[in-house]
Design a protein around this ligand. Sequence first.
Ligand code: ADP
Ligand code: MG
Length: 693
Amino acid sequence: MRPEILYPLFADVVTLGGVGEKARKLLCNLLGGSRIIDLLWHLPTGIIDRAYMPKLNEAVPGRICTLRVQVVEHMAPRNKRQPYRVIVADETGQAELIFFKVYADSIQKNLPVGAWRIISGKLESFNGNKQMAHPDFILKPEQFAEDMKKETVYPLTAGITNRMLNKFMPQALAKVPGLPEWLNGEFLRQQDWPGFKDALKAVHHPQQEIDLQPWTPARCRLAYDELLANQLALGIVRQKVKKQSGRTLCGDGRLRQKVLQTLPFQLTDAQQKVLREIYADQASPFRMLRLLQGDVGSGKTIVALLAMLNAVECGAQAAMMAPTEILAKQHLETIAPLLEPLGLRAELLTGRIKGKNREKILTSLENGEISIVVGTHALFQENVVFHDLALAVVDEQHRFGVHQRLGLSEKGNRADVLVMTATPIPRTLVLTAYGDMEYSKIDRVPEGRQPTDTRVAPLEKTADVIRGLKRKLADGARAYWVCPLVEESEKLDLAAAEERFAGLQKVFGDKVGLIHGKMKEKDKDAVMERFKKGELSLLVATTVIEVGVNVPEATIMIVEHAERFGLAQLHQLRGRIKRGCAPSVCLLLYASPLSETGKERLNIMKHSEDGFEIAEKDLELRGGGEILGTRQSGFTMFRLADMSVHKNLLHIANQDAKMILETDPELKSARGQALRVLLYLFEKDDSVKTYKA
Ligand code: ADP
Ligand code: MG
């Protein structure tokens, strides 16, 4: 349970003065949550200095001025297009306040003739007159307070003004309780950082521009807190897994030998290297928790299969979990034919397999007749019982969380876990997402693959592209046509894809199919099947195909609005046409004009086929958050830490967390207790809970 001391921070923002239902909703959109803590994590990006309080005759146009003036006269507009104007003056001169599209009532109420007011905003000069359009505030002199001379600027959304946030934030800050210090005292002194509460206060009260920089002591402190919570939570989960001793799996190699003999290729050095690492883990008495990273097409599936066979040779079972049904089925299709000659049974288990069929599979899993099962998250439902699960392979493409991953391994008898990922993840991000998981990388793709010919062209060329495609398809080629990603909205994605599909149908008739995320699995499968068989030669798709479909005959890929995709995503997509040995062509169509960065990004795609290089360059060009295709990637997004600035803090936090768990694994010491509060503060509740288990 969350400690009581944190309750005020997790209270809803409606409890703050001035926040009603409407504001609450808007805040929720802006902050991604409607609790006080969400508000406090919303960091300012600027300050407005309102301390410049000149007399009107001295006021310099172009600056933010705070003026003490008397209302002289109202000039109502003669038609709708004209603004409402109010003349104001002080002892030295006069100025005009300009309002477009506002109710005359409210202006008359706020600015009665003869009254003195403090107004603040940007002063402009127009035809030699001083004007201020829509002042930022209009106050009675007694309402004006010293601290209004510095206004903190926050990222906003329609309906939420800076003034509002400046009113809410002090109230939220007032709710921050004094919390026990969770950082090491000496470290804190060394860094010269403030305590948590003071840091929050400082961050929300910047005095000058430099206070907004991410490397100020206050910002570093908060970033470090967030990173430490992240590393500690991962460390706790890992510790839990590691504590359960593993089992020694050391098969005699007979099954693996046979499979290797039937393969039409030799394992690459890179595959052999990671297999040695995996086998060593399996042989050790500790549980394996290993991340297997390899670019698209680097041959992870066969590596996973061999690891699974090692377990089977020992009389145990292995499971492989994929993020989607299509993928699970594909894995099975790859694996099953290799297992058949060995007399081994592999089965598919997804949510869609129901009734008798499912019963049969469940029974065979429980009595051990099935050696290898491939499936979706249905695999770790409660009623799935294994006879003796020794290895769980998770092909994740970033769709599972840490806890889900471990969920499957808990079904086993001290089962090993091997997580596979195809997205090239820079080392820093590996650390934030997986902690200190062991890490293997297949760093070379098999030889003999032809490079893809990647071309970049403006969307205006679409008609030419279709003409060219017509020739290629007539020659028997198969192609993907990927439709643009529209602001993470599936609905709009779909509309775009459907429109393109309709257009292409006019040209290609029944040779073209459509596949998208909203379709039923059954229908998706049917379309995929027809494309595989060659009944369809052109497949229009939203990004659903990104997650690893395998049609070796497909050699052409056209991506519409390529500029909207993350490079990692484009790289994944392009990987779809490199399954076989035939030369492939990838055409990236962009909307002009393309920004400088946009040009550079597409150029990287043109010149590199190395997923790691592409990922690193993308990181340089766009910064950390976006690299993996944003939120859906399941990667930890930090609210206070900025990976391009606080990378070194991540490494310190990683060491810190390790030390903490070595010396105080149960978080029982005084500092340990404080660290529990930290974990709850950053909502790592799950990891604290593992202590009770
Ligand atoms: P991914 O890492 O993307 O999952 P796969 O395991 O699906 O890659 O392998 C991609 C293709 O490469 C498959 O058709 C597979 O049979 C083939 N392959 C795997 N290993 C090798 C190898 N050593 N030499 C040649 N082809 C290989
Ligand atoms: Mg694969």
